[in-house]
Write a protein that binds this ligand. Structure first.
Ligand code: NAG
Ligand code: NAG
Ligand code: NAG
Ligand code: NAG
Ligand code: NAG
Ligand code: NAG
Ligand code: NAG
Length: 511
């Protein structure tokens, strides 16, 4: 009898390892989310069992939930340890010290958390902060920019190894290392990360595997045979566990569960949510991400093809981007709706990816640069989209560190627009500094139009920490100092030259 119990116990453990909390806790999960036990739907997803294992908790719930004295809130607090939110305020540090010194406070491992929703990875990693207690795929590229400036080389190696490990096991890098993110990835920056530290050769086979994932699971063939890619989520049937109630409410409003696939695809894009994916920019329930071939994704895959020496595929993709995603009317790159067979014509900073990753012509780049100056540049940097109707977080008036960085580097890459690039860099850094002075915090996003405000909009409160903001700030600071140093050296050189001439003249006169 004892052995039988032990076997059942072990089987239970095996069956519950590696499952998403919505699967593990079934109707308990649904009840906690629908009754809004926590204001943030992600909280319960990251909770860990206090004493019983998940099956034990579910059994107990099934025995007790019908009792008249049952209280769900008490049940949850009795049976779960709740996750902590990383809040970091340190008023003695300068902004530069804050960015360098925060890395250790944002470093985590997945060890010693039995039955948590973490996807196990072998080494430590940096999380963004706030409610984001796990790594995020595309965030990590921008975090790495700063880790380089802080000489945190080991941490960079650790994260590359974690990603390589995930690709070997699952074929792709998940959105973040939680089981509830497993069905989707995020903008594919792995090739850019390996390039940052010159380790592209070391990870060739993993890069090839990742390429296969995007081509096998995320490609769309157009009528003329052109192949381009989209965002999607392989677990497309239900609400996202970490936004369970929010997604369900949208589906109910629509009376249509197809919306789940589109919301999940938007989460894979990293731009969750944005008018970029919405038919009606005021109405989130009109999100149609899975019908859209995004400009930024296709440029990132172009870069991956170049890295993998797939010159023919890269050239075909470059031509397809020019054919389907360049608008002569707007003189701008936009996404393409392959169901409607027409460009979405939305003006967003995703259009800077072709400039950054060398996909655009000189003429296209100059036109995009002029539009950026005219339509996107504000007091605090560049705004995400020109939509004025949307209340989503990847829209006006918000600015995000990764998009400031891409825009800045894209324009630095465009002859004649280097000073615009530097203006964007300076305005963004000034805004970071301004808010830091006020709050001692670095934010997830900023209001770039009204620089007197801290940013808002979207599914949750603005988070602080913050991984990619710190990374981009440190990288921009490094650039700023190199530019002013070269000006300084330039001046010194000029002064020296002038001094020599003067000496010669004086010497000549003396003779
Ligand atoms: C709990 O209540 C539901 C109806 O509210 C009933 O169908 C079910 O049989 C009850 N379960 C138990 C274990 O009493
Ligand atoms: C359930 O328990 C929580 C905390 O344990 C308490 O705040 C709440 O008032 C209780 N609800 C009811 C309906 O008794
Ligand atoms: C959150 O922090 C508290 C206090 O430091 C700790 O007891 C608890 O275990 C932490 N929760 C998790 C999930 O780590
Ligand atoms: C929702 O859709 C179902 C099936 O398509 C239909 O029977 C039902 O009447 C619809 N409900 C509303 C409120 O539109
Ligand atoms: C794009 O081209 C420029 C200039 O040739 C080069 O410096 C840069 O490294 C290239 N960028 C990428 C991502 O290949
Ligand atoms: C921000 O505040 C300053 C004064 O503190 C004011 O002069 C400026 O107009 C404000 N800007 C906006 C956009 O509200
Ligand atoms: C600074 O703090 C004040 C008071 O908390 C707030 O009203 C203001 O919007 C903040 N400004 C910035 C730029 O964060």
């Amino acid at each position: 009898m004892k052995t039988l119990h032990l076997i059942i116990f072990l089987l239970n453990i095996l069956l519950t390892i590696g499952q998403s909390p919505d699967v593990l806790y079934d109707e308990l999960f649904e009840a906690v989310q629908i009754q809004r036990i926590f204001p943030d739907s992600k909280t319960f997803c990251d909770a860990i069992p206090r004493k019983l294992n998940p099956n034990g908790i579910l059994d107990l719930y099934r025995q007790e939930y019908n009792k008249t004295t049952f209280n769900l809130t008490s049940f949850v607090f009795d049976n779960f340890i709740l996750p902590n939110t990383t809040i970091i305020v340190h008023d003695k540090w300068t902004i530069e010290e804050h960015c360098h010194r925060l890395w250790p406070l944002l470093t985590r491992t997945t060890k010693h958390e039995e039955f948590s929703s973490f996807i196990d990875v072998p080494y430590s990693f940096v999380v963004p902060g706030g409610r984001f207690r796990e790594f995020y795929y595309w965030d990590t590229y921008f975090t790495m920019l700063g880790l380089i400036r802080s000489n945190e080389w080991q941490l960079i190696d650790n994260m590359l190894e974690n990603f390589a490990d995930l690709i070997r096991k699952n074929g792709h890098i998940p959105n973040g290392n939680r089981y509830y993110f497993e069905g989707r990835s995020q903008p594919p920056f792995f090739s850019l990360m390996t390039e940052l530290v010159k380790k592209t050769d070391k990870y060739k086979s993993e890069l090839e595997l990742e390429y296969q994932f995007w081509m096998n699971k995320r490609s769309i063939k157009l009528d003329d045979g052109t192949i381009l890619n989209r965002y999607y989520d392989d677990l497309n049937l239900g609400p996202r566990p970490e936004a369970y109630l929010e997604d369900k409410e949208i589906a109910n409003k629509m009376n249509n569960t197809d919306i789940y696939a589109h919301l999940r695809a938007a989460a894979e894009s990293g731009w969750d949510f944005s008018s970029r994916w919405m038919e009606d920019e005021k109405d989130l329930s009109t999100t149609i991400t899975a019908h859209i071939l995004p400009i930024d994704l296709n440029c990132l895959l172009y870069h991956l093809e170049i890295i993998l020496n797939k010159q023919n595929e890269a050239e075909r993709r470059r031509q397809a981007i020019h054919k389907y995603m360049w608008s002569n009317d707007l003189q701008f790159f936009t996404d393409y709706n392959y169901i409607k067979k027409k460009p979405t014509n939305r003006l967003t900073l995703a259009a800077l990816f072709p400039l950054w990753l060398n996909v655009s012509t000189k003429d296209q780049a100059e036109n995009v640069a002029r539009q950026v100056e005219k339509l996107f540049l504000h007091e605090g940097g560049v705004v995400t989209t020109t939509s004025t109707q949307s209340t989503q977080q990847w829209d006006s008036p918000n600015g995000w560190a990764p998009l400031q960085f891409v825009t800045y580097r894209a324009l630095l890459n465009t002859p004649g627009y280097e000073s615009l690039a530097q203006t964007i860099r300076q305005r963004w850094m000034n805004l970071n500094e301004r808010v830091f002075q006020n709050t001692s915090k670095m934010m997830e996003k900023y209001d770039v139009i009204n620089i007197n405000k801290t940013a808002g909009g979207g599914e949750y409160e603005t988070q602080d920490g913050f991984g990619w903001t710190n990374g981009v700030y440190l990288e921009m600071l490094h650039d700023q100092r190199s530019t002013s140093n070269s000006i300084k050296y330039g001046q010194t050189f000029f002064q020296f030259f002038f001094f020599c001439i003067l000496t010669i003249i004086i010497t000549e006169v003396n003779y």
